[in-house]
Design a protein around this ligand. Structure first.
Ligand SMILES: Nc1ncnc2c1ncn2[C@@H]1O[C@H](COP(=O)(O)OP(=O)(O)O)[C@@H](O)[C@H]1O
Ligand SMILES: [Mg+2]
Length: 241
């Protein structure tokens, strides 16, 4: 199996908090990998380390076999590493179309960027709200817009940080379909989530983090039956939706 990301012995502390403690895992090209664990287990810190927001204290991050630890956030985005935010902050004054176009213009001429932006809005089913100001979008659409903007960087991998949080069951079903659609475009997905029903539907393989370490990994359904995983989730206030 070809690895798109290979994380080796990653470590990050904030003062006395060991947020990510000697974490190793790989992401295979083309898969939807679940990165799960209770609140505070280090999921978002991993995303921030891989996307370049934080520098690790030690460890390696290989992307297509190349160590990217020294690279900036924009450089990592340029080579195809995308991420969404747990709480997206859209450019409120731009329309949905303009928000996506702005990113597409970083990589394309105006004519091409317009075509690209329209394709992305169609894929993410935001074409009917294209002319609405981004700040006026309801929360679930805001998350899709965040995803649409990431698609405009031509990502090879997207780390989706709790994109299902706060959605009702029918919005969640729509979002699951969208994640599958994105994956079908050949984009590898790291799906960070608290809502287990969504993880089971999307991911064959999961990595379970707990208190900054890898507690378990493997088949999603199997891993969720493990006593240590159940215990960690109960301790972390896990609630299924
Ligand atoms: N920038 C930061 N400064 C200080 N502590 C942080 C920072 N980011 C994360 N942490 C701490 O690191 C731990 C892991 O957090 P996080 O990665 O956000 O967990 P998760 O996304 O799994 O809920 C938590 O204890 C959190 O408070
Ligand atoms: Mg988080």
């Amino acid at each position: 199996m070809e690895k798109i990301l290979d994380i080796k012995n990653l470590d990050k502390s904030f003062g006395g908090i060991h947020a990510v403690n000697n974490v190793s895992f790989a992401v295979n090209k083309g898969e939807i990998l679940g990165l799960i664990g209770p609140n505070g287990s280090g999921k978002s810190t991993c995303v921030n380390l891989i996307s370049g927001v934080y520098k690790p204290d030690s460890g390696e991050i290989l992307y297509n076999e190349k160590d990217i630890v020294g690279m900036t956030v924009p450089d990592r985005a340029n080579i195809g590493i995308g991420r969404t935010f747990q709480s997206p902050k859209p450019f409120s004054n731009l329309t949905v179309f303009e928000s996506v176009l702005t990113i597409a213009l970083l990589h394309n001429s105006m004519a091409k960027a317009k075509v690209k932006a329209n394709e992305i809005l169609e894929l993410t089913e935001l074409n009917n709200v294209a002319e609405i100001k981004s700040g006026k979008l309801p929360i679930e659409k805001r998350k899709w817009l965040d995803l649409a903007r990431i698609l405009a960087i031509n990502p090879q991998v997207i780390m989706m940080d709790e994109v299902m949080a706060g959605l009702n069951p029918s919005e969640m079903e729509e979002s699951i379909k969208l994640v599958k659609k994105v994956n079908k475009q050949g984009i590898t997905v790291v799906f960070i989530e608290h809502v287990m029903t969504a993880v089971i539907k999307l991911c064959n393989r999961v990595i379970v983090l707990n208190e900054g370490t890898v507690l378990s990994q493997g088949n999603a359904k199997e891993v969720m039956k493990e006593e240590a995983v159940i215990k960690a989730y109960l301790g972390g206030g896990y609630k299924d939706a």
